[in-house]
Design a protein around this ligand. Structure first.
Ligand SMILES: *Cc1c(COP(=O)(O)O)cnc(C)c1O
Length: 436
């Protein structure tokens, strides 16, 4: 029997399925992080989930702090979401034609996030960012754009780019299969570093269509924008007739009802959404001010399309999720849980923080533990210097104790409304036992 009596079964089935999966998928998976390469060991293969609990194919249980990378903010198999899907399923699972459900969800999103005049549904965050950039390029007639090191915007060619060597150089592909030409128009700046952005505008100011940024960076652990950083991005893009794109695929509908614009008081020109927007079904969106979105076909000449875009099943799941969040005051409930987590950290982890062994970051229902330093990282380089080996140790102790988070020290933790104080206590107690 495992430490808490939950992990009492060997991972025989998981192991068997993963072995067979190696013969079906590259690396056995359909998205690389799932392979556990980052933390080591074999992935857990899940069979079902209920509220805060995940069940694997061997009958082990885990408390879920991953929420399928964010979408399941209400927990697994939420009855309201399930019944919305079931009702829609009886009518049609897809039309490939306009349906009322897409309008209802769009109006809900627009009511939550003022400033979006027009939006377009797509099927993944990758499509949303790719298309938002196309809109920005079409609207400005410029080709280059700035992204920040460590921010993730999906896997379109032009986003798989790392900084070139030296100042103000052009980006270089960070993935094989991406032609250098596709990376050429990508300029890479350092998160929270205004100078790095200024230098790029000095060198390429006339040619920069947009800055794309995660307004809270949640794909390099959790890095918050320092005070004034987003304002600075707003000002410098305005000054150079460039556009500002908030990639809110992760932060949208989780950071606050109005997203980063509400939390930080900075309005972008374009937004991208995903994850929560589809309630766990494949769905994403991009949108923004009319003057930019009017360039999208068929209103304008920038082509962008999708067979399953505005899929009624995804619309139903997304709408049910947002409605239920409103009904149960999800944002204040999650903030309360977040503050409980802060208090647990103060109570049980202060000793490790003071001695420089770790630090902790949280905003809304995002949280992250960094190890090997008590200086909360401000950019990707600082995150990459944290102690990932120690994170991996903690990660496996969590798994052993029946706690599931995304399998990488570069991933953020998520609270869902289903999480309770005792779950957070357990997560913290595992950190204590590893660090001791
Ligand atoms: C997850 C994510 C994406 C990519 O979304 P997919 O649906 O996985 O393609 C883009 N941007 C951010 C900020 C994300 O967190």
């Amino acid at each position: 029997m495992g430490a808490n009596g939950m992990q009492n079964k060997a991972h025989t089935q998981s192991k068997k399925i993963m072995e067979q999966s190696q013969k079906a998928f590259p690396g056995g998976v359909n998205s690389p992080v799932r392979s556990f390469r980052s933390v080591g060991g074999l992935p857990v293969v899940f069979s079902h989930g209920l509220a805060k609990t995940l069940f694997d194919v061997d009958g082990n249980q885990y408390t879920d702090f991953c929420s399928s990378w964010g979408p399941l903010i209400l927990g697994y198999s939420h009855p309201v979401v399930l019944s919305a899907i079931a009702e829609q399923m009886k009518r049609a699972v897809t039309f490939g034609a306009p349906c009322k459900e897409e309008l209802t969800l769009a109006e809900k999103i627009k009511s939550w996030i003022p400033g979006i005049d027009l939006l377009r549904f797509v099927s993944s965050g990758t499509e949303a960012t790719m298309s938002a950039l196309r809109a920005a390029r079409a609207a400005t007639g410029k080709n280059k754009f700035i992204k920040f090191e460590g921010c993730y915007h999906g896997h379109a060619d032009c986003f798989l780019v790392s900084a070139g060597s030296g100042l103000a150089t052009l980006g270089q592909p960070s993935s094989s299969g991406v032609p250098p030409k596709a990376a050429e128009d990508t300029l890479v700046a350092i998160y929270n570093d205004e100078k790095s952005v200024e230098r790029l505008f000095q060198a390429h100011g006339q040619d920069i269509a947009a800055i794309i940024v995660e307004p809270v960076a949640a794909n390099m652990g959790l890095v918050l924008p320092k005070k004034g950083f987003l304002n600075f991005l707003r000002d410098i893009t305005k000054k150079h007739q460039s556009l500002l794109i908030f990639d809110e695929v992760m932060t949208g509908f989780r950071l606050s009802q109005g997203g980063a614009a509400q939390t930080y008081g900075v309005m972008p020109d374009l937004w991208t959404f995903g994850k929560i927007i589809g309630g766990g079904l494949p769905c994403a969106a991009y949108g923004g001010i009319y003057d930019v979105m009017k360039h999208i076909a068929p209103l304008g000449t920038a082509y962008q399309a999708g067979t399953l875009s505005g899929n009624p099943l995804a619309m139903a799941a997304g709408l049910a999720t947002l409605n239920e969040m409103e009904r149960c005051n999800a944002f204040s409930e999650l903030e309360n849980k977040g503050q409980q987590l802060d208090q647990l950290v103060t109570k049980h982890l202060s000793v490790f923080i003071e001695s420089g062994k770790m630090c902790y970051q949280r905003i809304a229902s995002f949280f992250c533990f960094f190890f090997g330093t008590n200086q909360v990282p401000q950019n990707f380089e600082q995150v990459s210097h944290t102690d990932m080996a120690l994170f991996n140790k903690v990660y496996h102790a969590w798994l052993e104790a029946g706690i599931y988070l995304g399998p990488s020290g570069y991933e953020v933790g998520f609270l869902s409304t289903a999480i309770e104080l005792s779950d957070m206590e357990k997560m913290i107690s595992v950190i204590v036992s590893v660090l001791e």
